[in-house]
Design a protein around this ligand. Structure first.
Ligand SMILES: *Cc1c(COP(=O)(O)O)cnc(C)c1O
Length: 485
C-alpha cells in the first residue's frame, strides 16, 4: 500500500467528532478542545506515515482497514483506535492521584476499587448538575428554601412503598444516627450472631458505644431464639436491631429469628424494630440473581419500622446510607444533629436520583447500572470475548489461555456465593519475569490495571472491564508481554 493511500485513509476531524465513541468526551470538553486535540493527533499520524516509521500498533491497525470503503464504520474504528491518544492529548486523568482503574479481578463490588461504578446516564447527570448551580435546597415551585432530600424521598417512598425516607453519607452513618436518635442512653437488643465487623472499623458493639446506647446481646453465636429476645426486654429497652451478617455465613447447627418474627416481638412490646440490611438489593429479580442475599423487598415484607442499607453495594449507586420506614421515626431522625453532620453532597444527590430512576423501569437496570450488566453477563459471552482477546494477544506472539475461575460479588455482599466465570491466563515466565513483578507493573499503567495472580500466572477476568477499556487493557498487556516491541 502506498503512502498516498494511507494518508487518504486518515479520518477527518468532523467524522471523528461525530463518531459514537467520542460522544462521552463531547459532554465533557468544548468543541474547540476536542478539535485541537484531534488536529494534533492527526498531524502526528500524518508525519508518521510520511516518515515511514510507523509505531507497531498503528501499522497493525492500518492492516485492518479497508481503504476503499471510507464510511462511518471506518471513522468508528479510527476513533476507537485513537481513544487512548485522545485521552492523553486532553490530559485526561494525567497527574491525578485518584483516577480510574481497570478492574480485571472479576470482583463486581470491589470496596478498594470504589464499589459500584456509575452508568453513563447517571455520570452525565452528575456532571451537568455540577457545572451549574442547582436546586439542591431550593423549591422551584414556591421560590423558597427547599429540602436537600426533595428529589430522593418521593422516589424512595415510591420504590419501597414506605412512608418516608432519608439519605445520609453511608450506611455506617445511618446505623449510628438511628441508634443515637431512637436509643440514646437506653438498651438495644441484638443477637450474638449479628455482632459483626464490616471492613474499615464498623463493628456493631463499637457503633453502639458511639451512639451512646447500651448493647444488650442475646442468644449465642449459632442459635438465638424468640425467648432470648422476650427475656431481654425490660423498661430500659429502646429498640430491637437486626444486622445482616453480610460478609460471612454460619452454617451447620444454626438458627436465628427471621426479621418478620422480630418485628412481631417488637410490636407486641411497642418497640421499634430496625433492620440493618447492609446491601440494598432492590432489583426486582433479586431472587434469581442472588438467591441467598436478603433483598430490600424481603426486609420490607418483614414490616420493620426502619430499614437501612448502602447506596454503593447491590443498589449499584453512589456511596450513601439509605433509610426508609415509618414517618414518625424518620421525622425524628431528620432533627438529629448527626443528620446534618452526615448529610450527602450534591454529587450524591444527583447520582442517586439517576440511579433510583433507573429502578422505575426494570428494563433499564442492566443498561444503566453497570453492576447488573456485569453480574448478568453469561459465561458463554465472557468466554467468547476472552477468546477474541486471546487471539489478539497471540497475533502478537503473546501466549495466553482461557481458564475457568470464580466470580464474586464482593463489597461484603453474598459471601460464599461464587459464580462460574473465566479468565485470561498469562504466564510471566514467557518473558522471564515473576507474576508479582508483572502484577506491580500493571498497576503502573495508564490507566492502572488490577489483576489477580493464581499459580504464578496473571489472571484477567473481563467481566467488569468495559468494552472501551478492553482496548487499553490489550495495549498495556502487549506493552509488557510482546517480545518484539
Ligand atoms: C456494608 C455494611 C455496613 C456499612 O455500610 P457502608 O455503606 O459501607 O458504610 C453496615 N452494616 C451492614 C450490615 C453492612 O453490610
Amino acid at each position: 500500500m502506498s503512502k498516498e493511500n494511507w494518508l487518504r485513509a486518515l479520518p477527518g476531524i468532523d467524522s471523528l467528532l461525530r463518531s459514537e465513541s467520542m460522544q462521552h468526551l463531547r459532554s465533557g470538553y468544548s468543541e474547540r478542545a476536542l478539535t485541537d486535540a484531534l488536529r494534533n493527533i492527526l498531524q502526528d499520524l500524518r508525519q508518521q506515515l510520511l516518515s515511514d516509521e510507523l509505531a507497531l500498533d498503528l501499522e497493525n491497525f492500518l492492516l485492518t482497514l479497508d481503504i476503499e470503503k471510507k464510511d462511518c464504520s471506518q471513522s468508528e474504528a479510527w476513533a476507537d483506535f485513537l481513544r487512548p491518544r485522545i485521552k492523553s492529548e486532553l490530559s485526561l486523568n494525567e497527574g491525578f492521584s485518584f483516577r480510574p482503574v481497570i478492574n480485571a479481578t472479576g470482583v463486581i463490588l470491589h470496596t478498594n476499587l470504589g464499589r459500584a461504578p456509575l452508568g453513563d446516564l447517571a455520570a452525565r447527570h452528575v456532571y451537568e448538575s455540577l457545572i451549574s448551580y442547582s436546586n439542591l435546597e431550593y423549591d422551584l415551585a414556591a421560590g423558597e428554601r427547599g429540602e436537600r432530600y426533595q428529589a430522593l424521598e418521593p422516589l424512595l417512598a415510591r420504590l419501597t412503598g414506605q412512608e418516608a425516607a432519608l439519605v445520609v453519607n453511608n450506611n455506617a452513618a445511618a446505623v449510628l444516627l438511628i441508634l443515637n436518635e431512637l436509643a440514646e442512653g437506653k438498651e438495644v437488643i441484638v443477637s450474638r450472631s449479628e455482632l459483626v465487623e464490616i471492613g474499615g472499623a464498623f463493628r456493631v458493639p463499637d457503633v453502639m458505644l458511639k451512639a451512646n446506647c447500651r448493647l444488650r446481646e442475646v442468644g449465642t453465636t449459632n442459635k438465638t431464639h424468640d425467648y432470648d429476645y422476650e427475656r431481654a426486654i425490660n423498661p430500659e429497652t429502646a429498640l430491637i436491631l437486626k444486622v445482616h451478617q453480610s460478609n460471612f455465613r454460619i452454617t451447620g447447627f444454626y438458627s436465628e429469628l427471621e426479621a418478620k418474627e422480630l418485628a412481631q416481638i417488637a410490636e407486641r412490646h411497642e418497640l421499634p424494630f430496625v433492620y440493618d440490611l447492609g446491601s440494598g438489593l432492590l432489583h426486582p429479580e433479586a431472587k434469581r440473581l442472588l438467591p441467598e442475599e436478603p433483598s430490600v423487598r424481603d426486609a420490607l415484607n418483614s414490616k420493620a419500622d426502619l430499614i437501612c442499607f448502602s447506596g454503593d453495594k447491590l443498589l449499584g449507586g453512589p456511596q450513601a446510607g439509605i433509610i426508609v420506614g415509618k414517618k414518625k421515626y424518620i421525622e425524628r431522625l431528620k432533627k438529629n444533629p448527626y443528620t446534618r453532620a452526615f448529610r450527602i453532597d450534591k454529587m450524591v444527590v444527583s447520582a442517586l436520583e439517576a440511579v433510583l430512576r433507573a429502578y422505575l423501569d426494570p428494563e433499564r437496570l442492566k443498561l444503566e447500572l453497570p453492576i447488573f450488566a456485569f453480574l448478568e453477563k453469561s459465561l458463554a459471552e465472557l468466554e467468547s470475548r476472552s477468546d477474541i482477546f486471546i487471539d489478539r494477544l497471540e497475533a502478537q506472539g503473546v501466549e495466553a489461555s482461557l481458564v475457568s475461575s470464580e466470580g464474586e460479588i464482593g463489597g461484603g455482599s453474598a459471601p460464599g456465593q461464587a459464580f462460574p466465570s473465566c479468565a485470561i491466563a498469562l504466564d510471566p515466565a514467557q518473558i522471564g519475569r515473576s507474576a508479582a513483578e508483572v502484577e506491580a507493573e500493571l498497576r503502573q499503567q495508564d490507566p492502572p490495571i488490577v489483576a489477580c495472580i493464581r499459580k504464578d500466572c496473571l489472571l484477567f477476568d473481563l467481566r467488569c472491564v468495559r468494552e472501551d477499556e478492553e482496548e487499553e487493557l490489550c495495549r498495556s498487556i502487549l506493552k509488557i508481554f510482546a517480545k518484539n516491541s
